[in-house]
Write a new protein. Structure first.
Ligand code: BMA
Length: 377
C-alpha cells in the first residue's frame, strides 16, 4: 500500500512536471487551413528544438552595397547572402499602403515585386512573414497616428465600411500569393504588432483590451470566412511587457493566434540592459507559448546600425540558445544609417558569419526546397 502510494505520487509528480514543461503543439487556429499551411506550422514546431531560423525584412528588395551606398532591385541579391553565404530562412515583408491601392508600399517597394519575392522565398523552402503598418482608416493619417480609432472601425462604427474596403485589398493581395502550381503560399501574417506600446493607432493607450481583441477577431474571421483565405499562420506580437498578465491582456485567444512573439530593439535603451531585458521576456515567452501550445518567435529584433562588432555571437546567440524560438527576424537594411543586418565590410560582418556557422542557427541552405511545405520533417 505504502509502495503503491509512493509510486502514484511519483507518477503524478512526473506527469505534472511534464505538463508544466510542454503542451503538445496546438492545432492551427484556422480549422480550414490548407494542408501545406498546417504542415508548415507543424514543421516549425518540430524545428524549434533544432535551432533558430534567422530572418531579415525586405532581404531581396534592397540593401547596402558598401558603406554609404544602397543597391535596389538587383535579382537574387541579399545582404545576408553576400555576408554569410546563404539566404535567410525567414523573409519579412511589409504591406503598408496596400490599403490605399498604392502600387508601392510605404518603403517604396512595389507590391508586384513583393509578390515575386514571396514566391522566390517559398521556392527556396524558406518562410514568409508579413506585417502591415496600415494607415489610420479613421482619419487617413499614418499607422503612427495615435488618435482614437478602433471603436470607429469596428462593426457598427462609422468607419467600418472603410476598414472593410481596406481588408478587401489586403485579402486580394494575400490571395494572390501562389506557387508554380497555383497553390496558395502559406505565410505568417502578423497584424497589429507592438500593440503593448503606444505608437500605433491600435496601441495600448489608443484602445481598450476589448476593442483590440474585437478588432483582431473581426479581422481574422473576415479573412478566413468572408475572403476564404486559408494560407495564414497568425502571429501575435507584442512590444515590451511586464509579465504574463500584461503579455496576455490583449490576447485574442488560442483560436486566433498560432505564433506568440514580441519585438525588441537595443535602440532607445542602455545597450547593457538589452540582454537581461530580453532574457526576462524570452523566459516569459517560453513558458506562455508552452502553456498554450503555440510557436514562440522573436518577431522583430535588432540593433540599428549594428555598431557592436560581436553583437550576433555575444549578445544574441547565448539568448537564443537558452530560450529557443522558432525564428528571429531582424528589420530592414533601409538606408546607410538605418539597417539591422550586416553587409560585406560592415563592423559586425565577421561575427555575423560566425553566427551563421553556428549549429544552432538555421538559414535557407538548411531548409531543402519546399520541404517545410510538403512533408513532415
Ligand atoms: C520602421 C522603419 C520605417 C519603415 C517601417 C515599415 O521600423 O524601418 O522606416 O517605414 O518600419 O517598414
Amino acid at each position: 500500500m505504502k509502495l503503491f502510494r509512493t509510486f502514484v505520487l511519483a507518477a503524478t509528480a512526473a506527469a505534472l512536471a511534464l505538463g508544466a514543461q510542454a503542451q503538445a503543439p496546438a492545432p492551427i487556429a484556422d480549422p480550414a487551413a490548407t494542408p501545406a499551411t498546417k504542415l508548415l506550422l507543424a514543421n516549425l514546431h518540430r524545428l524549434l528544438p533544432r535551432g533558430v531560423m534567422y530572418g531579415h525584412q525586405d532581404d531581396l528588395a534592397y540593401g547596402i552595397a558598401q558603406a554609404g551606398q544602397m543597391w535596389k532591385g538587383d535579382a537574387n541579391r541579399s545582404d545576408v547572402k553576400s555576408t554569410a553565404g546563404a539566404y535567410p530562412a525567414v523573409f519579412g515583408w511589409e504591406l503598408g499602403h496596400l490599403e490605399l491601392d498604392s502600387a508601392r508600399n510605404l518603403d517604396a517597394v512595389p507590391f508586384a515585386k513583393i509578390r515575386s519575392y514571396v514566391q522566390q522565398a517559398y521556392a527556396m523552402g524558406a518562410v514568409n512573414t508579413i506585417s502591415w503598418h496600415l494607415d489610420n482608416p479613421h482619419n487617413g493619417k499614418t499607422a503612427w497616428d495615435t488618435a482614437r480609432t478602433v471603436p470607429f472601425i469596428l462593426p457598427g462604427g462609422p468607419d467600418h465600411a472603410k476598414y472593410v474596403a481596406r481588408l478587401d485589398r489586403l485579402a486580394a493581395f494575400l490571395g494572390s500569393l501562389k506557387g508554380p502550381k497555383g497553390e496558395a503560399i502559406p505565410v505568417i501574417f502578423r497584424p497589429f504588432h507592438e500593440h503593448t506600446g503606444s505608437w500605433f493607432w491600435w496601441g495600448k493607450k489608443e484602445c481598450t483590451p476589448a476593442e483590440f481583441t474585437a478588432l483582431w477577431r473581426f479581422t481574422v474571421d473576415y479573412l478566413h470566412n468572408q475572403k476564404k483565405l486559408h494560407n495564414l499562420i497568425i502571429a501575435y506580437s507584442a512590444s515590451d511587457f511586464a509579465d504574463e498578465a500584461d503579455y496576455l491582456e490583449r490576447y485574442p485567444g488560442d483560436a486566433y493566434a498560432d505564433v506568440l512573439g514580441f519585438d525588441d530593439y537595443v535602440n532607445g535603451k542602455d545597450p547593457a540592459k538589452f540582454q537581461p531585458g530580453m532574457a526576462r521576456k524570452l523566459a516569459l515567452l517560453t513558458s506562455i507559448s508552452k502553456a498554450h501550445g503555440k510557436l514562440p518567435a522573436l518577431t522583430e529584433v535588432g540593433y540599428d546600425g549594428v555598431p557592436d562588432p560581436t553583437w550576433w555571437t555575444k549578445t544574441m546567440l547565448p539568448l537564443l540558445k537558452q530560450y529557443p524560438v522558432s525564428y528571429a527576424l531582424t528589420w530592414r537594411n533601409g538606408d546607410p544609417v538605418h539597417f539591422f543586418t550586416a553587409y560585406p565590410g560592415q563592423a559586425s560582418a565577421a561575427d555575423f558569419k560566425q553566427f551563421f556557422q553556428d549549429k544552432q542557427t538555421i538559414f535557407a541552405n538548411r531548409l531543402g526546397p519546399l520541404r517545410l511545405y510538403t512533408k513532415p520533417i
